[in-house]
Design a protein around this ligand. Structure first.
Ligand code: AMP
Ligand code: ZN
Length: 139
């Protein structure tokens, strides 16, 4: 993708604070960190979202996520860490090249301060389960 910023980073056309790379995947520090040490893991091949990703690229990403998470956690001395992956604008995705966020968390910060959990009306959880299982069986 010629106009994709992360493809340009993969190609070396734009610099990045590179942590690690191999044939399939690349990890670098996020230029606009939620907290210092916030890192990204991306597949080198362009996929817009996680939905299109080849299974081997996805496996390589998640393994590197674990390795980088350990490194970021240790280097920052954080109390916690979020693995976050946004798909489509409605979910907060701004860069349309699939990526995984590793966000180190101190004991208290201003990120994800609320988790607005809801409850299902009677019968709705069962109905939703049937819809998701049907979609799972016939994607
Ligand atoms: P998202 O909202 O999930 O699409 O997140 C995209 C992330 O990419 C944001 O956290 C940006 O700060 C980060 N980002 C954008 N451009 C660069 C860049 N050139 N180098 C490093 N991180 C970047
Ligand atoms: Zn791309």
């Amino acid at each position: 993708m010629t106009d994709c910023i992360f493809c340009k980073i993969v190609q070396g056309e734009i610099p990045c604070a590179r942590i690690h790379e191999d044939d399939r995947v690349l990890s670098f520090l996020d230029i606009g960190p939620i907290n210092p040490g916030h890192a990204l893991v991306i597949p080198k091949k362009h996929y817009a979202t996680i939905f299109e990703m080849d299974a081997e690229d996805l496996k390589a990403c998640i393994v590197l996520c674990q390795q980088v998470a350990r490194a970021v956690f240790k280097a920052t001395g954080s109390a916690g860490l979020n693995l976050l992956q946004n798909n489509f604008r409605a979910a907060g995705q701004l860069v349309e090249h699939a990526h995984f966020h590793l966000i180190p968390r101190p004991a208290h910060d201003d990120f994800l301060t609320s988790w607005p959990a809801k409850s299902y009306p009677p019968g709705e959880m069962e109905r939703m389960l049937e819809k998701v299982k049907a979609a799972f069986s016939a994607p």
